[in-house]
Design a binder for this molecule. Sequence first.
Ligand code: CMP
Length: 184
Amino acid sequence: MRRTLVIIKPDGVNRCLIGEVIKRFEQKGLKIIGLKLERLNVYKLKDHYVHLEDKPFYQELLNYMTSIPCVLMVLEGKEAVQVVRTLVGPTNSRKADVGTIRGDYAMSIQTNIVHASENNELAEKEIKRFFKKEELIEYDKMNFGWLYCSSEKEKYSQLDIKWKSKQEEYAEKKEKIKQKGGKN
Ligand code: CMP
């Protein structure tokens, strides 16, 4: 089993789509193991979007993502990253297929309702960025036996996630600021 991070972005919250989006993931068979409403911290977002900092839309993206709270969740399931991305559709909502979340509810490349981790490596990083270890809850869900056949019922394979201590996080942040010449 794998885990992935989903963020229902401010447009999803403003447009009253929280329930609809969660329903789609739940009904597909993904298990919610973390869920919270949070106004995202700009420093965490800068980390999250570091690969986009040279893009012309970067500042607008930060403004949008910090405008109102988001809903964050961690979903678990077999090949969860790929399954969730298929349900969400491509970044540009206008090109998303009908039946996907973006295809059904969005028109934009930016206000595209949800964020979903791109691959397993990023999923692990993003889960650690936005959730504390104690915010993830492991439990047995009754539908498990009906969702998978015996060869698909493997153990969760990311259980060994090593969470950083506060000191390690602080040292890493300091190093990053130093590398950027002191600017956040
Ligand atoms: P997501 O794929 O979740 O993470 C990166 C985000 O950047 C993306 O969703 C959009 O919200 C935003 N984004 C990506 N490309 C563009 C673009 N060309 N113009 C504006 N926003 C974008």
